[in-house]
Design a protein around this ligand. Structure first.
Ligand code: AMP
Length: 328
């Protein structure tokens, strides 16, 4: 009977899909629940929240750190994407992750690789799929490879990448993986900006301008809280704020069903507003789940006078914003 890797052992570093598969097989053979957290590294508190959730729910946790070339469109930042591996491994050790999977590109895509995973239909043709050709196929391929090698019980993804999450849910279901996909809430920085490894590219001025995104989402969320359900008007609230930042070029603002990513006309509770915009040095995405996520708090953010009037006596109670993580 193979012995499972003990959880208080020094962190295991796995460097090939074969090593990952053997590590995971040993865990599962011992009846342990395995959790997988896929990342591209340059870890921050958003990633940390996924690792903590996995640590709380699983017997063994493996975190992959792999800057996946197939999900970068030509001309994107593959070459300069931050790769602070030592720091990342230290963070994972501090969070008591049992294993880190850090394969070189050749281990994931050896010469002769022919297989890719491709979804079709509106979920992948719109928004991120339209703005970044090939991106979601690259994500689908690498996530499928990780799920096949690890065969985890549970895999953890952030709602920050809401369309990616919807794609991963479809893959897990359509390919009969049996893996439970656990969605973890978006984590923001103190100034309201959604945490992202790419925020490191922002200059101080760009960062100040980028706050128009959480500020716009907050304006829309406040309008929703006082009864606005018209998707067009909610999106307009966001756009108004974006227009105040001349360095920020919006890619899209949309109100969508969280599973299908079909645009909706009426924004019911649980629908998402998704936003993408380009700064000179970086492209940013953000999202809010209406009636579920807390309204982003952007210091110094002032409500327009009509918003403040609408809000009087109608602010939601704290319970209305309570935030369970969702699992499928
Ligand atoms: P990445 O390293 O950017 O590929 O992200 C790895 C995982 O962390 C994905 O499931 C992301 O959605 C998630 N993630 C990234 N940023 C955040 C954030 N600010 N809050 C929550 N999850 C996040």
């Amino acid at each position: 009977m193979p012995q499972p890797p003990p959880t208080d052992a020094a962190q295991v570093v796995l460097r090939s899909p074969d090593e990952l598969r053997r590590w995971s097989e040993r865990c599962r053979a011992a009846g342990l629940v395995v959790g997988l957290v896929p990342t591209m590294g340059a870890l921050h508190d958003g990633h940390r929240s996924l690792v903590r959730r996995a640590r709380a729910e699983c017997d063994r946790v493996v975190v992959s750190i792999f800057v996946n070339p197939t999900q970068f469109a030509p001309g994107e930042d593959l070459g300069r994407y931050p790769r602070p591996l030592e720091r990342d491994l230290a963070m994972l050790a501090a969070e008591r992750a049992d294993a880190a999977f850090v394969p070189p590109v050749e281990a994931m895509y050896p010469e002769g690789t022919l297989t890719t995973v491709r979804l079709t239909g509106p979920l992948v043709d719109s928004l991120e799929g339209a703005a970044r050709p090939g991106h979601l196929d690259g994500v689908a391929t690498v996530v499928t490879k990780l799920l096949v090698a690890t065969r985890p019980d549970r895999a953890y993804f952030g709602e920050k990448d809401a369309q990616q999450l919807a794609v991963v849910r479809r893959i897990a279901a359509d390919l009969d993986t049996g893996v439970r996909i656990v969605a973890c809430p978006l984590v923001r920085d103190a100034d309201g900006l959604a945490l992202s490894s790419r925020n490191a590219y922002l200059t101080p001025d760009e960062r100040a301008q980028a706050l128009a995104i959480p500020s716009g989402l907050a304006a829309a969320a406040r309008a929703w809280a006082v009864g606005e359900r018209d998707a067009g008007r909610l999106a307009a609230r966001v756009r108004e704020r974006l227009e105040r930042s001349p360095g920020l070029v919006p890619d899209y603002v949309a109100v969508v069903d969280a599973d299908t990513f079909h645009e909706v006309a009426d924004a019911a509770r649980g629908c998402r507003i998704v936003v993408a915009g380009r700064m000179p040095s970086v492209r940013l995405i953000d999202t809010i789940c209406l009636g579920v996520d807390a309204v982003p708090a952007v210091p110094g953010d002032s409500e327009a006078p009509n918003e403040a009037a609408e809000r009087s006596n109608q602010a939601p109670g704290a319970a209305e914003w309570s935030r369970p993580c969702s699992v499928s």
